[in-house]
Design a binder for this molecule. Structure first.
Ligand SMILES: *Cc1c(COP(=O)(O)O)cnc(C)c1O
Length: 334
């Protein structure tokens, strides 16, 4: 089982009218800083405010006739995508999430008519609950990242990027379970293998990064982060996103909470855009000097579903409580 360019083209047809192409726009500020075009794929413009709609719609719409309903574990955005797609198809959805998921994301899912189950302190706890529902109620589980239809759906982003900018030299992809990075890498490299595809994640609980380094899936501790959407493991029995990321990514890079905060501020104060921490890790990698572009570079602004109170505090330069530590505040430009 794998995911090919043909699967990604098929996904594009399934997504038509439900999760359409998003803008891919230059950031003048980032371009000036990097000395090369820096382009942002605005998945914040999807109807659920995040790219995960693509994979969720592709998975839900391809389920057989008569399916009882769907369930998933989620850090928030996948659940929102599955809830949206299930409502479109008129089937039941039960979304399982840990206590670490911000309330704004939980509210967004309930508003779409899905049932919500909050359980435990980690994605693993949420997944276990989701699998119990499969056994007890005959629901179909849709993995947030380790599912061929989900990966193909996310891969349509890579296709749009390389079609819009065939001269792209590098794609910086926010990385957690690796469904997005796997799909984007398959699409982009099928068209032009010379494009560097780099996975970017936070240095707190970087499961795919640690797994690639170890050569097999490893568990990491899940801790609070500004990039809450990047939390969670990759599954010890990962079948698809791990081998695809291991074989297709040109590297993985870690950014700090400070890097993420600075990038969120740049995106807001310079480009006037609101995005969640997970979305800006590509920009953070450039701003912190961890990535030095050698040509046009594209990154994916993956979502905007963050708590606005938290956003306000970050923009105002206030200290942020991350549970086990405090991120010192910094005023933009100061
Ligand atoms: C899920 C998510 C990611 C990471 O996607 P993976 O496929 O799990 O690697 C990045 N950004 C946002 C906003 C997300 O919701």
């Amino acid at each position: 089982m794998t995911v090919s360019l043909a699967d990604i083209f098929a996904a594009r047809l399934t997504l038509r009218g439900q999760a359409d192409a998003t803008p891919f726009v230059p950031s003048p500020y980032m371009t000036a800083r990097a000395g090369h075009d820096v382009l942002m794929k605005l998945e914040t413009c999807q109807p659920i405010g995040a790219f995960k709609l693509r994979g969720a719609v592709n998975a839900v719409m391809n389920l057989p006739e008569g399916v009882a309903g769907v369930t998933c574990c989620s850090t928030g955005n996948h659940g929102r995508g599955v809830a949206y797609a299930a409502a479109r198809r008129g089937i039941r959805a039960v979304i399982c999430m840990s206590e670490l998921v911000p309330q704004a994301k939980v509210d967004g899912i309930r508003a779409l008519g899905a049932e919500v189950c909050i359980i435990g302190r980690s994605q693993d706890d949420a997944l276990a609950q989701s699998l119990r529902l499969v056994a007890a109620e005959g629901l179909v589980e849709i993995s947030p990242f380790d599912d061929p239809k989900v990966i193909a759906g996310q891969g349509t982003i890579g296709l749009e990027m390389i079609e819009a900018r065939p001269d792209l030299s590098m794609a910086l992809v926010p990385l957690s379970g690796g469904g997005l990075a796997a799909g984007v890498a398959v699409a982009v490299k099928a068209v032009n293998p010379a494009v560097q595809v780099i996975g970017i994640t936070m240095d707190r609980g970087a499961a795919m990064h640690a797994s690639i380094a170890a050569g097999h899936p490893v568990e990491v501790e899940e801790v609070p982060s500004l990039a809450d959407s990047l939390g969670g493991g990759i599954g010890m029995d990962n079948r698809l996103s791990f081998p695809l990321c291991r074989d297709h990514l040109d590297g993985t890079i870690l950014v700090t909470e400070e890097d993420i905060r600075d990038a969120m501020q740049v995106l807001f104060y310079e480009d006037r855009m609101v995005a969640e921490g997970a979305s800006v890790v590509g920009l953070a990698a450039i701003l912190s000097g961890k990535v030095r572009p050698q040509g046009p570079v594209g990154t994916i602004i993956t979502g905007r579903n963050l708590d606005m109170g938290m956003f306000h505090r970050i923009m105002a330069g206030e200290d942020i409580d991350l549970g086990d530590r405090t991120l010192k505040g910094k005023r933009y430009g100061a």
